[in-house]
Design a protein around this ligand. Structure first.
Ligand code: 4AD
Ligand code: MG
Length: 464
Protein backbone atom coordinates (compact mmCIF):
# COMPACT_ATOMS: atom_id res chain seq x y z
CA UNK A 1 0.00 0.00 0.00
CA UNK A 2 1.14 3.53 -0.84
CA UNK A 3 2.89 5.39 1.95
CA UNK A 4 1.67 8.85 3.00
CA UNK A 5 4.26 11.32 4.26
CA UNK A 6 3.54 12.41 7.80
CA UNK A 7 3.44 16.07 6.80
CA UNK A 8 0.50 15.38 4.49
CA UNK A 9 -1.10 12.87 6.79
CA UNK A 10 -1.35 15.39 9.64
CA UNK A 11 -3.35 17.67 7.36
CA UNK A 12 -5.76 14.98 6.25
CA UNK A 13 -9.35 14.76 7.47
CA UNK A 14 -10.13 11.47 5.72
CA UNK A 15 -11.13 9.84 9.00
CA UNK A 16 -11.78 6.15 8.72
CA UNK A 17 -9.55 5.64 5.71
CA UNK A 18 -6.73 3.12 5.71
CA UNK A 19 -3.24 4.64 5.59
CA UNK A 20 0.38 3.57 5.58
CA UNK A 21 3.13 5.57 7.31
CA UNK A 22 6.83 4.81 7.59
CA UNK A 23 9.38 6.44 9.81
CA UNK A 24 11.57 6.28 12.89
CA UNK A 25 10.31 5.87 16.43
CA UNK A 26 10.83 8.92 18.60
CA UNK A 27 9.22 7.52 21.73
CA UNK A 28 6.98 4.69 22.83
CA UNK A 29 4.92 4.86 25.97
CA UNK A 30 1.80 3.20 27.19
CA UNK A 31 0.08 0.80 29.46
CA UNK A 32 -0.66 -2.92 29.50
CA UNK A 33 -3.51 -2.51 27.07
CA UNK A 34 -2.35 0.22 24.69
CA UNK A 35 0.95 1.60 23.30
CA UNK A 36 1.45 5.09 21.91
CA UNK A 37 4.25 5.36 19.37
CA UNK A 38 5.47 8.77 18.19
CA UNK A 39 6.69 8.28 14.62
CA UNK A 40 8.65 10.81 12.55
CA UNK A 41 9.67 10.53 8.89
CA UNK A 42 11.61 13.80 8.48
CA UNK A 43 8.95 15.47 6.34
CA UNK A 44 7.96 17.71 9.27
CA UNK A 45 8.99 18.52 12.81
CA UNK A 46 5.72 16.92 13.99
CA UNK A 47 5.31 13.25 14.84
CA UNK A 48 2.26 11.20 14.10
CA UNK A 49 0.90 9.21 16.99
CA UNK A 50 0.41 5.52 16.28
CA UNK A 51 -1.94 3.74 18.67
CA UNK A 52 -1.35 0.01 19.08
CA UNK A 53 -3.72 -2.08 21.20
CA UNK A 54 -1.45 -4.64 22.81
CA UNK A 55 -3.89 -7.52 22.43
CA UNK A 56 -3.74 -7.12 18.63
CA UNK A 57 0.05 -7.44 18.41
CA UNK A 58 2.66 -9.98 19.34
CA UNK A 59 4.41 -8.84 22.54
CA UNK A 60 7.78 -9.78 21.00
CA UNK A 61 7.12 -7.46 18.07
CA UNK A 62 6.19 -4.53 20.31
CA UNK A 63 9.43 -5.02 22.25
CA UNK A 64 11.30 -4.16 19.07
CA UNK A 65 9.53 -0.80 18.86
CA UNK A 66 12.31 1.16 20.57
CA UNK A 67 13.53 4.72 20.12
CA UNK A 68 15.29 4.96 16.75
CA UNK A 69 13.76 1.82 15.24
CA UNK A 70 12.30 2.11 11.74
CA UNK A 71 8.69 1.05 11.22
CA UNK A 72 6.14 0.59 8.52
CA UNK A 73 2.64 0.96 9.93
CA UNK A 74 -0.77 0.39 8.39
CA UNK A 75 -3.89 1.45 10.15
CA UNK A 76 -6.97 3.60 10.27
CA UNK A 77 -6.79 7.38 10.34
CA UNK A 78 -8.80 8.59 13.32
CA UNK A 79 -9.52 11.93 14.89
CA UNK A 80 -7.16 12.43 17.78
CA UNK A 81 -8.09 13.34 21.32
CA UNK A 82 -4.84 13.70 23.15
CA UNK A 83 -1.83 13.66 20.84
CA UNK A 84 -1.67 17.38 20.15
CA UNK A 85 -2.48 16.63 16.51
CA UNK A 86 -5.76 16.44 14.64
CA UNK A 87 -5.24 12.84 13.62
CA UNK A 88 -3.61 9.64 14.73
CA UNK A 89 -3.24 6.17 13.31
CA UNK A 90 -4.98 3.22 14.92
CA UNK A 91 -2.54 0.49 13.91
CA UNK A 92 -3.70 -2.74 12.26
CA UNK A 93 -0.30 -3.90 11.04
CA UNK A 94 3.22 -3.04 12.23
CA UNK A 95 6.40 -4.15 10.50
CA UNK A 96 9.78 -3.38 12.05
CA UNK A 97 11.99 -2.48 9.08
CA UNK A 98 15.08 -1.85 11.18
CA UNK A 99 15.59 -2.51 14.87
CA UNK A 100 17.57 -0.12 17.05
CA UNK A 101 19.46 -1.13 20.16
CA UNK A 102 20.13 0.82 23.34
CA UNK A 103 23.57 1.82 21.99
CA UNK A 104 21.87 4.18 19.50
CA UNK A 105 23.68 7.48 20.21
CA UNK A 106 20.55 9.65 19.82
CA UNK A 107 18.66 7.55 22.34
CA UNK A 108 18.52 10.20 25.07
CA UNK A 109 16.83 13.57 24.81
CA UNK A 110 18.63 16.78 25.66
CA UNK A 111 22.17 15.81 24.62
CA UNK A 112 24.54 18.74 24.07
CA UNK A 113 25.27 19.97 20.53
CA UNK A 114 28.89 19.14 21.19
CA UNK A 115 27.98 15.50 21.88
CA UNK A 116 25.81 15.39 18.79
CA UNK A 117 28.66 16.71 16.64
CA UNK A 118 30.62 13.58 17.55
CA UNK A 119 27.72 11.64 16.05
CA UNK A 120 26.97 13.95 13.16
CA UNK A 121 25.96 10.99 11.00
CA UNK A 122 23.03 10.29 13.34
CA UNK A 123 22.19 13.76 14.65
CA UNK A 124 20.19 14.39 11.46
CA UNK A 125 17.45 12.26 13.01
CA UNK A 126 16.88 14.61 15.93
CA UNK A 127 14.20 17.29 16.04
CA UNK A 128 16.67 20.16 16.10
CA UNK A 129 18.80 19.02 13.19
CA UNK A 130 15.76 18.00 11.20
CA UNK A 131 14.48 21.56 11.60
CA UNK A 132 17.85 23.10 10.73
CA UNK A 133 18.28 21.10 7.53
CA UNK A 134 14.73 21.61 6.34
CA UNK A 135 15.33 25.34 6.79
CA UNK A 136 18.68 25.05 4.99
CA UNK A 137 16.90 23.51 2.00
CA UNK A 138 14.28 26.24 2.06
CA UNK A 139 16.92 28.96 2.11
CA UNK A 140 18.58 27.46 -0.97
CA UNK A 141 15.22 27.50 -2.75
CA UNK A 142 14.60 31.11 -1.67
CA UNK A 143 17.95 32.19 -3.07
CA UNK A 144 17.40 30.60 -6.46
CA UNK A 145 13.85 31.95 -6.55
CA UNK A 146 14.93 35.48 -5.70
CA UNK A 147 17.59 35.68 -8.38
CA UNK A 148 15.49 33.91 -10.98
CA UNK A 149 12.65 36.39 -10.39
CA UNK A 150 15.05 39.31 -10.68
CA UNK A 151 16.70 38.38 -13.97
CA UNK A 152 19.96 36.94 -12.64
CA UNK A 153 21.46 33.86 -14.28
CA UNK A 154 22.83 30.98 -12.20
CA UNK A 155 26.44 30.79 -13.31
CA UNK A 156 28.78 27.91 -12.52
CA UNK A 157 32.32 28.92 -11.67
CA UNK A 158 35.15 26.41 -11.30
CA UNK A 159 36.03 24.77 -8.01
CA UNK A 160 39.60 24.03 -9.06
CA UNK A 161 41.47 27.23 -9.86
CA UNK A 162 44.94 28.67 -10.34
CA UNK A 163 44.14 32.12 -8.92
CA UNK A 164 43.70 33.34 -5.35
CA UNK A 165 40.68 35.65 -5.51
CA UNK A 166 40.94 37.06 -2.01
CA UNK A 167 44.74 37.13 -2.10
CA UNK A 168 44.91 35.82 1.43
CA UNK A 169 46.91 32.69 0.60
CA UNK A 170 44.49 30.40 2.41
CA UNK A 171 44.08 27.81 -0.32
CA UNK A 172 44.01 24.02 -0.28
CA UNK A 173 46.32 22.69 -2.97
CA UNK A 174 45.14 20.26 -5.61
CA UNK A 175 47.70 17.86 -7.03
CA UNK A 176 48.07 14.34 -8.37
CA UNK A 177 51.79 14.30 -7.65
CA UNK A 178 53.30 11.65 -5.43
CA UNK A 179 53.76 13.57 -2.20
CA UNK A 180 56.45 11.13 -1.07
CA UNK A 181 58.51 11.86 -4.13
CA UNK A 182 57.87 15.40 -5.33
CA UNK A 183 59.46 16.45 -8.58
CA UNK A 184 61.70 19.50 -8.07
CA UNK A 185 63.11 21.99 -10.53
CA UNK A 186 66.83 22.83 -10.60
CA UNK A 187 66.33 25.72 -8.17
CA UNK A 188 64.62 23.45 -5.64
CA UNK A 189 61.02 24.52 -6.28
CA UNK A 190 58.22 22.05 -6.89
CA UNK A 191 57.93 21.24 -10.58
CA UNK A 192 54.29 21.56 -11.52
CA UNK A 193 54.94 21.13 -15.24
CA UNK A 194 54.19 17.41 -15.02
CA UNK A 195 51.36 17.81 -12.53
CA UNK A 196 47.81 17.17 -13.69
CA UNK A 197 47.06 20.73 -14.78
CA UNK A 198 50.65 21.63 -15.64
CA UNK A 199 50.62 24.34 -12.98
CA UNK A 200 49.93 24.87 -9.29
CA UNK A 201 46.20 24.65 -8.58
CA UNK A 202 43.96 24.94 -5.54
CA UNK A 203 40.36 24.73 -4.38
CA UNK A 204 38.65 28.05 -4.93
CA UNK A 205 38.11 30.56 -2.09
CA UNK A 206 35.52 32.45 -4.16
CA UNK A 207 33.88 32.32 -7.58
CA UNK A 208 33.98 36.09 -7.93
CA UNK A 209 36.68 36.59 -10.56
CA UNK A 210 34.98 34.24 -13.00
CA UNK A 211 31.64 35.67 -11.84
CA UNK A 212 32.77 39.06 -13.10
CA UNK A 213 33.34 37.54 -16.54
CA UNK A 214 29.76 36.27 -16.40
CA UNK A 215 28.26 39.57 -15.26
CA UNK A 216 30.06 41.60 -17.91
CA UNK A 217 28.46 39.37 -20.54
CA UNK A 218 25.07 38.27 -19.19
CA UNK A 219 24.40 41.45 -17.19
CA UNK A 220 23.70 39.86 -13.84
CA UNK A 221 24.69 36.45 -12.54
CA UNK A 222 24.96 34.62 -9.26
CA UNK A 223 27.02 31.69 -8.15
CA UNK A 224 25.99 29.27 -5.42
CA UNK A 225 28.58 26.68 -4.62
CA UNK A 226 31.14 25.33 -2.20
CA UNK A 227 34.22 27.39 -1.39
CA UNK A 228 37.26 26.43 0.63
CA UNK A 229 39.50 28.29 3.04
CA UNK A 230 42.55 26.82 4.72
CA UNK A 231 42.50 29.43 7.45
CA UNK A 232 43.25 28.03 10.85
CA UNK A 233 40.25 29.72 12.48
CA UNK A 234 38.66 27.59 15.13
CA UNK A 235 35.65 29.80 15.77
CA UNK A 236 31.87 29.29 15.82
CA UNK A 237 31.69 31.35 12.58
CA UNK A 238 34.32 29.72 10.33
CA UNK A 239 34.35 26.58 8.24
CA UNK A 240 37.10 25.28 5.97
CA UNK A 241 34.42 24.26 3.46
CA UNK A 242 31.41 26.52 3.21
CA UNK A 243 28.83 27.49 0.62
CA UNK A 244 28.76 30.96 -0.80
CA UNK A 245 26.27 32.89 -2.92
CA UNK A 246 27.94 35.53 -5.08
CA UNK A 247 25.80 37.83 -7.20
CA UNK A 248 27.69 40.03 -9.65
CA UNK A 249 26.02 42.86 -11.61
CA UNK A 250 27.08 45.04 -14.51
CA UNK A 251 26.16 48.74 -14.17
CA UNK A 252 25.67 48.56 -10.37
CA UNK A 253 27.54 51.02 -8.20
CA UNK A 254 28.16 50.52 -4.50
CA UNK A 255 24.77 52.01 -3.56
CA UNK A 256 22.88 49.70 -5.93
CA UNK A 257 24.93 46.88 -4.45
CA UNK A 258 23.86 47.77 -0.91
CA UNK A 259 20.20 48.07 -1.96
CA UNK A 260 20.36 44.62 -3.52
CA UNK A 261 22.05 43.03 -0.49
CA UNK A 262 19.43 44.44 1.85
CA UNK A 263 16.45 43.51 -0.29
CA UNK A 264 17.83 40.04 -1.01
CA UNK A 265 18.56 39.08 2.56
CA UNK A 266 15.18 40.38 3.75
CA UNK A 267 13.54 38.27 1.04
CA UNK A 268 15.33 35.17 2.38
CA UNK A 269 14.32 35.84 5.98
CA UNK A 270 10.72 36.55 4.96
CA UNK A 271 10.75 33.27 3.00
CA UNK A 272 11.79 31.43 6.14
CA UNK A 273 9.00 33.05 8.15
CA UNK A 274 6.49 32.05 5.49
CA UNK A 275 7.71 28.57 4.57
CA UNK A 276 9.35 27.23 7.73
CA UNK A 277 6.91 28.37 10.40
CA UNK A 278 6.69 25.03 12.26
CA UNK A 279 10.44 24.55 12.40
CA UNK A 280 11.00 28.16 13.48
CA UNK A 281 8.43 27.88 16.26
CA UNK A 282 10.23 24.75 17.45
CA UNK A 283 13.68 26.43 17.37
CA UNK A 284 12.30 29.54 19.02
CA UNK A 285 11.05 27.36 21.88
CA UNK A 286 13.99 24.98 22.23
CA UNK A 287 17.10 26.82 21.02
CA UNK A 288 16.68 30.59 21.16
CA UNK A 289 13.68 32.35 22.66
CA UNK A 290 14.35 35.61 20.82
CA UNK A 291 14.72 34.05 17.36
CA UNK A 292 11.35 34.97 15.86
CA UNK A 293 11.54 38.48 17.28
CA UNK A 294 14.97 38.94 15.67
CA UNK A 295 13.81 37.63 12.30
CA UNK A 296 10.82 39.98 12.27
CA UNK A 297 13.00 42.86 13.32
CA UNK A 298 15.38 42.35 10.39
CA UNK A 299 12.53 42.16 7.90
CA UNK A 300 10.78 45.25 9.26
CA UNK A 301 13.67 47.68 9.80
CA UNK A 302 15.96 49.53 7.43
CA UNK A 303 19.62 48.60 7.75
CA UNK A 304 21.89 51.36 9.03
CA UNK A 305 24.50 52.52 6.51
CA UNK A 306 27.69 54.19 7.64
CA UNK A 307 31.34 54.41 6.77
CA UNK A 308 34.12 52.45 8.37
CA UNK A 309 35.54 55.76 9.65
CA UNK A 310 32.23 56.60 11.37
CA UNK A 311 32.13 53.08 12.79
CA UNK A 312 35.60 53.46 14.27
CA UNK A 313 34.54 56.77 15.84
CA UNK A 314 31.61 55.06 17.56
CA UNK A 315 33.87 52.28 18.85
CA UNK A 316 36.46 54.76 20.08
CA UNK A 317 33.75 56.68 21.92
CA UNK A 318 32.62 53.42 23.52
CA UNK A 319 36.16 52.71 24.69
CA UNK A 320 36.33 56.23 26.18
CA UNK A 321 33.13 55.50 28.06
CA UNK A 322 34.70 52.43 29.57
CA UNK A 323 33.58 49.65 27.23
CA UNK A 324 36.21 46.89 27.18
CA UNK A 325 37.14 45.21 23.91
CA UNK A 326 39.63 42.36 23.73
CA UNK A 327 41.32 43.91 20.65
CA UNK A 328 42.39 47.56 20.42
CA UNK A 329 40.39 50.02 18.32
CA UNK A 330 41.95 52.56 15.96
CA UNK A 331 41.56 53.62 12.33
CA UNK A 332 43.11 50.94 10.10
CA UNK A 333 42.24 47.82 12.10
CA UNK A 334 40.38 44.93 10.58
CA UNK A 335 37.24 44.87 12.72
CA UNK A 336 36.96 41.88 15.02
CA UNK A 337 33.67 40.15 15.58
CA UNK A 338 33.32 41.88 18.99
CA UNK A 339 33.55 45.29 17.27
CA UNK A 340 31.03 44.38 14.61
CA UNK A 341 28.65 43.02 17.19
CA UNK A 342 28.98 46.09 19.38
CA UNK A 343 27.86 48.30 16.49
CA UNK A 344 24.96 46.04 15.59
CA UNK A 345 23.74 44.72 18.93
CA UNK A 346 24.51 47.52 21.34
CA UNK A 347 24.81 50.76 19.42
CA UNK A 348 22.29 50.59 16.58
CA UNK A 349 20.31 47.46 17.51
CA UNK A 350 19.83 46.84 13.78
CA UNK A 351 21.82 45.34 10.90
CA UNK A 352 24.57 47.68 9.70
CA UNK A 353 26.21 48.09 6.30
CA UNK A 354 29.72 49.46 6.66
CA UNK A 355 31.44 51.00 3.63
CA UNK A 356 34.67 52.77 2.78
CA UNK A 357 37.21 50.43 4.41
CA UNK A 358 40.95 51.11 4.36
CA UNK A 359 42.39 49.61 1.18
CA UNK A 360 45.08 47.71 3.14
CA UNK A 361 42.58 45.37 4.77
CA UNK A 362 40.55 44.63 1.62
CA UNK A 363 41.15 42.68 -1.59
CA UNK A 364 42.90 44.05 -4.67
CA UNK A 365 39.85 44.26 -6.94
CA UNK A 366 37.91 46.91 -5.02
CA UNK A 367 37.33 50.36 -6.47
CA UNK A 368 39.43 53.08 -4.87
CA UNK A 369 37.66 56.11 -3.37
CA UNK A 370 38.74 59.66 -4.25
CA UNK A 371 40.68 59.90 -0.97
CA UNK A 372 43.18 57.29 -2.23
CA UNK A 373 42.99 55.58 1.18
CA UNK A 374 39.66 53.80 1.29
CA UNK A 375 37.88 51.46 -1.10
CA UNK A 376 34.24 50.96 -2.07
CA UNK A 377 33.83 47.87 0.07
CA UNK A 378 30.67 46.97 1.93
CA UNK A 379 30.23 44.50 4.75
CA UNK A 380 26.78 43.67 6.02
CA UNK A 381 26.89 43.07 9.78
CA UNK A 382 24.15 41.11 11.54
CA UNK A 383 23.07 40.61 15.13
CA UNK A 384 24.57 37.43 16.65
CA UNK A 385 26.62 36.81 13.50
CA UNK A 386 28.84 39.79 12.70
CA UNK A 387 29.82 39.81 9.02
CA UNK A 388 27.24 37.95 6.95
CA UNK A 389 27.99 39.57 3.57
CA UNK A 390 31.19 41.01 2.10
CA UNK A 391 31.23 42.82 -1.22
CA UNK A 392 32.29 45.88 -3.19
CA UNK A 393 32.12 47.94 -6.29
CA UNK A 394 34.92 46.63 -8.51
CA UNK A 395 37.79 48.63 -9.95
CA UNK A 396 36.76 49.01 -13.58
CA UNK A 397 39.76 51.03 -14.75
CA UNK A 398 42.46 48.93 -16.40
CA UNK A 399 45.44 51.06 -15.36
CA UNK A 400 44.35 51.46 -11.75
CA UNK A 401 43.63 47.76 -11.40
CA UNK A 402 46.94 46.78 -12.98
CA UNK A 403 48.79 49.19 -10.69
CA UNK A 404 47.12 47.65 -7.63
CA UNK A 405 47.93 44.11 -8.82
CA UNK A 406 51.57 45.08 -9.25
CA UNK A 407 51.66 46.91 -5.94
CA UNK A 408 50.49 43.75 -4.17
CA UNK A 409 52.83 41.50 -6.20
CA UNK A 410 50.03 39.34 -7.53
CA UNK A 411 51.45 37.15 -10.33
CA UNK A 412 50.19 38.30 -13.75
CA UNK A 413 50.22 34.75 -15.08
CA UNK A 414 47.15 34.19 -12.90
CA UNK A 415 45.40 37.46 -13.68
CA UNK A 416 45.74 38.30 -17.39
CA UNK A 417 42.29 36.96 -18.26
CA UNK A 418 40.69 38.89 -15.40
CA UNK A 419 42.31 42.13 -16.56
CA UNK A 420 40.92 41.53 -20.05
CA UNK A 421 37.43 42.46 -18.78
CA UNK A 422 38.88 45.96 -18.22
CA UNK A 423 40.59 45.99 -21.62
CA UNK A 424 37.60 45.23 -23.77
CA UNK A 425 34.34 46.95 -22.99
CA UNK A 426 34.96 47.58 -19.32
CA UNK A 427 31.95 48.68 -17.30
CA UNK A 428 31.16 49.73 -13.75
CA UNK A 429 30.07 46.66 -11.82
CA UNK A 430 29.60 45.37 -8.30
CA UNK A 431 28.90 42.22 -6.36
CA UNK A 432 28.98 40.54 -3.01
CA UNK A 433 29.30 37.20 -1.29
CA UNK A 434 26.83 35.85 1.26
CA UNK A 435 28.11 33.05 3.48
CA UNK A 436 25.30 30.49 3.27
CA UNK A 437 26.01 28.95 6.67
CA UNK A 438 26.09 32.36 8.32
CA UNK A 439 22.62 33.00 6.89
CA UNK A 440 21.46 29.65 8.24
CA UNK A 441 22.96 30.50 11.65
CA UNK A 442 20.96 33.69 11.67
CA UNK A 443 17.71 32.13 10.53
CA UNK A 444 17.85 29.14 12.90
CA UNK A 445 19.29 30.84 16.00
CA UNK A 446 21.94 28.12 16.23
CA UNK A 447 25.17 29.26 17.86
CA UNK A 448 27.84 27.21 16.11
CA UNK A 449 28.41 27.06 12.36
CA UNK A 450 29.30 23.36 12.71
CA UNK A 451 25.63 22.76 13.50
CA UNK A 452 24.12 24.25 10.34
CA UNK A 453 26.01 22.22 7.72
CA UNK A 454 25.44 18.46 7.72
CA UNK A 455 29.10 17.44 7.77
CA UNK A 456 31.36 20.32 8.88
CA UNK A 457 34.97 20.63 7.78
CA UNK A 458 37.12 22.49 10.30
CA UNK A 459 40.78 22.32 11.38
CA UNK A 460 41.60 18.73 12.42
CA UNK A 461 38.13 17.53 11.56
CA UNK A 462 37.05 15.79 8.36
CA UNK A 463 35.05 12.93 9.84
CA UNK A 464 32.05 11.54 7.97
O1 4AD B 1 34.21 38.53 2.71
P1 4AD B 1 34.57 37.38 1.84
O2 4AD B 1 35.91 36.77 2.01
O3 4AD B 1 34.36 37.90 0.36
C1 4AD B 1 34.62 37.24 -0.79
O4 4AD B 1 35.01 36.09 -0.87
C2 4AD B 1 34.27 38.02 -2.02
N1 4AD B 1 34.94 37.40 -3.18
C3 4AD B 1 32.77 38.07 -2.17
C4 4AD B 1 32.33 38.87 -3.38
O5 4AD B 1 32.43 40.07 -3.37
N2 4AD B 1 31.84 38.20 -4.42
O6 4AD B 1 33.48 36.24 2.02
C5 4AD B 1 32.12 36.50 1.80
C6 4AD B 1 31.26 35.92 2.91
C7 4AD B 1 31.56 36.49 4.30
O7 4AD B 1 30.88 37.69 4.48
C8 4AD B 1 31.07 35.39 5.19
O8 4AD B 1 29.65 35.45 5.33
C9 4AD B 1 31.39 34.13 4.40
O9 4AD B 1 31.54 34.52 3.05
N3 4AD B 1 32.64 33.51 4.85
C10 4AD B 1 32.70 32.37 5.57
N4 4AD B 1 31.73 31.59 6.05
C11 4AD B 1 32.11 30.50 6.75
N5 4AD B 1 33.39 30.16 6.98
C12 4AD B 1 34.42 30.93 6.52
N6 4AD B 1 35.66 30.56 6.73
C13 4AD B 1 34.07 32.10 5.77
N7 4AD B 1 34.79 33.06 5.17
C14 4AD B 1 33.91 33.90 4.61
MG1 MG C 1 34.91 39.62 4.28
Amino acid sequence: MQRTRIKELLQSTAYGSTVCVKGWVRTRRGSKSVNFIALNDGSTIHNVQVVADTDKFDAELLKLVTTGACLSVEGTLVESQGSGQNVEVQATHIEVLGTCGADYPMQKKGQSFEYMRQHAHMRLRTNTFGAVFRIRHNMAMAIHQYFHEHGFYYFHTPIITASDCEGAGQMFQVTTQNLYNLEKTDDGKINYANDFFGKATSLTVSGQLEGELGATALGAIYTFGPTFRAENSNTPRHLAEFWMIEPEMAFYDIHDNMDLAEEFIKYCVRWALEHCADDLVFLNKMVDKTLLERLHSVVENDFVRLTYTEGIEILEAAVKQGHKFEFPVHWGIDLASEHERYLVEEHFKKPVILTGYPKEIKAFYMKMNEDGKTVRAMDVLFPQIGEIIGGSEREADYDKLLARIQELDIPMKDMWWYLDTRRWGSCPHSGFGLGFERLILFVTGMQNIRDVIPFPRTPKNAEF
